[in-house]
Design a protein around this ligand. Structure first.
Ligand SMILES: *Cc1c(COP(=O)(O)O)cnc(C)c1O
Length: 398
């Protein structure tokens, strides 16, 4: 087969997989690849987790879709589960991260409208990624994603990530700000953590409280246990008004969620937002099954333990080359020297080490293995990466 009939929106790697199980992907001839990317932070419970597979199979044979014109028992159950885990009041189910974020940004605009603001602006960050719909790509920093789309730039104010003074300055210069929208750890934009970690979220919330803005978190990637807590913000004392998630939420089944509390709670009413597919019995049952696995196991502790093991092992084995690491749980960045040419790393890892990784920001290896990765598999990630990186790093220091 060829990709002739597919729009060329992706530079695809010259490989495809036919089967997955846990931390492993298999090609048609059954060659195993260790997956330290999990479909870009999606399959947090590993490929084809038995509980999720069972939920999909049973619900597919029972009832797939009725539309939101009717009560949906599984949607109510998934909603209660998710809001309990997230400490939020209510949820709108969408089908992707971008859609969940679109709902969040619409909430911010409605909030501004109700306050009588004329041209409301949302504060977003440099290096942010929020999705590909028109409004979410406008909130996104990456010029490549924005170019040519007449993005809605006037609706956003962009400040450096981690810089609370820049937010204070923006507050002085603009009277029509209605919200801050931020990722607790920036995923696509280089695995950036704020210099003061999650305390940054508390500082941002304080600004929101002072000025009456909505505090909105994009946990599309950091949610569902990825950083070691159910939601990353729970590592701080901050509390968002709006919280979005997707990626790990369905372990590969497409689903997103926008949750609200506090000021944001009563903004949407009947008819003000919607989705034909959002929260189908099938999607909702999958969400519920992921919740059951996450909340009834030590999988998040495992994510913290193994993430720390992988980071510590790699940085200590490559200590002489000044490698550092950042992130939380199994959302990890291995920071290589800026002078290193990393353009071939993804291909080399795949072809020579049967290891699936990603490189972001030019020189940062992005590792997003399953939360339930075993110690043996963690050791293999370390071993394969160290073997691959050593000659390149030696070359740099020659
Ligand atoms: C992936 C991602 C999105 C977009 O999610 P889609 O499901 O691709 O629409 C939005 N925000 C963050 C932080 C993401 O990582």
């Amino acid at each position: 087969m060829s990709a002739t009939y597919l729009m060329p929106t992706y530079n695809r790697q010259p490989i495809s997989f036919t089967r997955g199980a846990g931390s492993w992907l298999y090609t048609a001839n059954d060659t195993p690849y260790l997956d330290a990317l999990t479909g870009i932070a999606v399959c947090g419970l590993g490929h084809c987790h038995p509980k999720v597979t069972e939920a999909i199979q049973q619900q597919a044979a029972t009832l797939v879709h009725t539309s939101n014109l009717f009560g949906i028992d599984w949607q109510e159950r998934a909603g209660e589960a998710l809001c309990t885990a997230a400490q939020m009041d209510s949820v709108f189910f969408a089908n992707s991260g971008a859609e969940a974020n679109e709902a969040a940004l619409k909430l911010a605009r409605l909030y501004a409208h109700n306050k009588g603001l004329k041209r409301p602006k949302v504060i977003v960050m440099e290096q942010s990624f929020h999705g590909r719909t028109l409004l979410t790509v406008s909130a996104t920093a990456n010029p490549k994603a924005r170019e040519g789309f007449f993005t809605l730039d006037e609706d956003f104010i962009r400040v450096p990530f981690g810089d609370i003074e820049a937010v204070k300055t923006a507050a002085q210069n603009h009277k029509d700000i209605c919200a801050i929208f931020v990722e607790p750890i920036q995923g696509e934009g280089g695995l950036n953590t704020a210099y003061n970690g999650f305390t940054y979220l508390e500082e941002l919330q304080a600004e929101c409280d002072t000025h009456g803005w909505l505090f909105m978190l994009d946990e599309v990637q950091t949610g569902n246990g990825r950083t070691g807590k159910y939601f990353a913000y729970q590592q701080s004392n901050a509390r968002p008004d709006v919280l979005t998630t997707a990626k790990g939420l369905g372990n590969g089944f497409p689903v997103g969620a926008c949750m609200v509390r506090g000021h944001a709670k009563d903004l949407f009413g009947a008819g003000s937002h919607g989705s034909t597919y959002g929260g189908t019995p099938l999607a909702s049952r999958v969400v519920h099954s992921v919740y059951e696995v996450l909340s009834n196991s030590d999988i998040m502790e495992n994510s913290v333990r193994e993430g720390q093991f992988i980071r510590d092992s790699i940085t200590s084995e490559l200590q002489q080359y000044g490698i550092s690491s950042r992130g939380a749980g199994t959302m990890m960045g291995i920071v290589l020297p800026e002078t290193m040419d990393c353009s071939q790393l993804v291909d080399l890892a795949r072809d020579e080490a049967q290891l699936i990784i990603n490189v972001t920001g030019g020189h940062i290896i992005r590792l997003l293995p399953p939360l339930n990765i075993s110690r043996n598999e963690s050791e293999q990630v370390v071993e394969r990466l160290v073997k691959l990186l050593t000659p390149a790093l030696q070359g740099l220091h020659r």
